[in-house]
Ligand binder design. Structure first.
Ligand SMILES: Cc1cc2nc3c(=O)[nH]c(=O)nc-3n(C[C@H](O)[C@H](O)[C@H](O)COP(=O)(O)OP(=O)(O)OC[C@H]3O[C@@H](n4cnc5c(N)ncnc54)[C@H](O)[C@@H]3O)c2cc1C
Length: 482
């Protein structure tokens, strides 16, 4: 296993960004990790453990009201009824539908030959629709609509009224890692603990894992992918090569142009992966004190995903801004604090606040990214959040900003796209790249293949199964020839 960085795990890493802190640099919450992968690799015995994020969401409003939702149906009903009694039943019906869609997705995530037509026509039509249409069908309160709609926009270069965003929402209801359909959780030790457990399982099974090993080129031998050339000049011959770099990196950079079939090359070149997500990690001296739920003492809402998303119109404006002005003036924010659940990640009394902000495209419509943009955006985002939690600016002791070009440079994600390419119809199921790449001996085992992005293990398991099946077939044919 060859990794260019000094840290294993790609976008699922925990790093000592500041002294005494261990920060989930990129990915921060877990849901889609396949229970079968957890069991097969014995990840639990290697330290993996996840805590359910409950409450699930907290959305403060400028007028001092707020919406807190979690696993308690009675509490949810009380919260929603404070806005509109009629939405209590609507929310229950929405949840049932989102979970139905998520369940259908999960049940097809391990498919060897994924096909969009595995869904019936009404389900396909729903998933191909917009997330705004989906939530508006069930609920009418703007803050509830927006809180629910954000799941259809995460990581995605589309607005709430764009087709296919309902699929992205369902993708976020598909996970079962927490033992409850659609639930999300924090991993003990941060998301890097998933990678560390997988690495320990691999080592225990005899794998050799090398960090600081940049693959420069994958070369063909006798028409098969068979040789890896490292930047330091080392070459490694291999019977099969499995790659979890994103499709653009694999097909446009790591392989010689002449070794990539023209159709595959054209698909990779046209692959939509203009990342729009910017991540800010903050080290805090105290918890945010929200006007809507006062106090910087630890409270349930500090464990929830904290949304700045008051209405679908707000989300649409954030997206429209990026198209016309380059970036969102008031971005959609999803904030997470791992430390109330896992205090071991920060020095005593300190906290980590991660802010995931959209829309900040890698390819901006106004001009290229400039060095000063990060600080200007982070100042703006902190001010935006401070309108709800006024103690925030003074509580900040450390700050890290990762714009899409930084995600590309640090994590090797082409275009800074968090999912290795949009998870929208046209790039999912049979229209995502196959684990079998079309080049013998070369397999795609990362998010560029079905079922796409998120820390799930599905692409790796599917690719490993394909490579094992092909190897068995190869030896069977050889023995027949013999
Ligand atoms: C900011 C951010 C937030 C996210 N939040 C979440 C979340 O909360 N929950 C969730 O489930 N998912 C989240 N995701 C998505 C999730 O992290 C990814 O989908 C997933 O980690 C991808 O795993 P992967 O194995 O496909 O590829 P990656 O994690 O991208 O790994 C690819 C690896 O290949 C290495 N590499 C690339 N080129 C070379 C080369 N030439 N030589 C050697 N090594 C190379 C890279 O360094 C990297 O380690 C997030 C992603 C980002 C960026």
């Amino acid at each position: 296993m060859l990794e260019r960085r000094d840290v294993l795990g790609g976008a699922a890493v925990t790093e000592p960004v500041w002294p005494g802190y261990r920060v989930s640099l990129a990915a921060y919450v877990c849901s889609l990790l396949d229970p079968q992968v957890i069991a097969d690799l014995g990840l639990g015995a290697h330290g993996y453990h996840a805590y359910r994020k409950d409450p699930a969401s907290f959305t403060p409003l400028g007028d001092g009201r707020s919406l807190l939702l979690g696993s308690d149906d009675t509490a949810n009903a009380r919260e929603i009824a404070a806005f509109d009694e009629r939405d209590v039943a609507g929310f229950a019906a929405f949840e049932a539908e989102a979970l139905r869609l998520g369940t259908a997705l999960f049940d097809s995530f391990a498919d060897e030959a994924p096909s969009w037509s595995c869904f019936d026509a009404p389900t396909r039509a729903k998933l191909e629709g917009s997330v705004a249409d989906l939530v508006e069908r069930y609920v009418r309160t703007p803050v509830l609509q927006a809180t629910l709609a954000t799941d259809g926009l995460i990581g995605t270069g589309a607005g709430p009224r764009d087709p296919g965003t309902a699929y992205v929402l369902a993708h976020h209801y598909a996970g079962r890692a927490l033992g409850v359909q659609g639930a999300w959780g924090f991993v003990r030790g941060g998301m890097g603990a998933v990678s560390a457990a997988a690495a320990a399982a691999a080592r225990a099974a005899g794998a050799e894992l090398r960090t600081g090993s940049t693959v420069e080129r994958i070369a063909l031998r006798n028409g098969r992918a068979g040789r890896i050339e490292l930047r330091d000049g080392t070459t490694i011959d291999a019977a099969a090569i499995l790659v979890n770099a994103d499709p653009k990196t694999l097909f446009l950079q790591l392989l010689e142009r002449d070794d990539v079939p023209s159709e595959l090359h054209a698909r990779a070149a046209a692959w939509r992966s203009n990342g729009v997500s910017l991540k800010i990690n903050l080290g805090l001296g105290e918890l945010p004190d929200f006007r809507a739920r006062p106090g910087s003492n630890e409270q349930p809402h500090h464990r929830a995903t904290i949304h700045v998303a008051p209405s679908i119109a707000f989300l649409q404006q954030a997206y429209d801004d990026a198209r016309t002005l380059g970036t969102s003036r008031e971005p959609m924010l999803e904030c997470f604090m791992q430390t109330p659940t896992d205090p071991s990640l920060a020095p005593p009394g300190k906290h980590i606040l991660s802010i995931f902000a959209q829309y900040f495209p890698y390819d901006r419509s106004d001009r290229p990214w400039e060095a000063g943009d990060r600080d200007a955006i982070a100042d703006r985002v902190v001010a935006q959040l401070a309108a709800y939690a006024p103690n925030l600016p003074n509580a900040i002791e450390h700050r890290q900003v990762l714009a899409p070009p930084d995600l590309e440079a640090t994590l090797g994600l082409a275009g800074g796209h968090i999912f290795h390419g949009e998870l929208l119809p046209g790039q999912i199921y049979d229209q995502r790249f196959g684990v079998r790449t079309g080049i013998d001996g070369l397999y795609l085992c990362g998010s560029g293949t079905h079922p796409g992005g998120c820390v799930s293990g599905f692409p790796g398991r599917r690719a490993a199964q394909a490579a094992i099946a092909d190897a068995a077939l190869g030896s069977l044919q050889a023995s027949h020839r013999g």
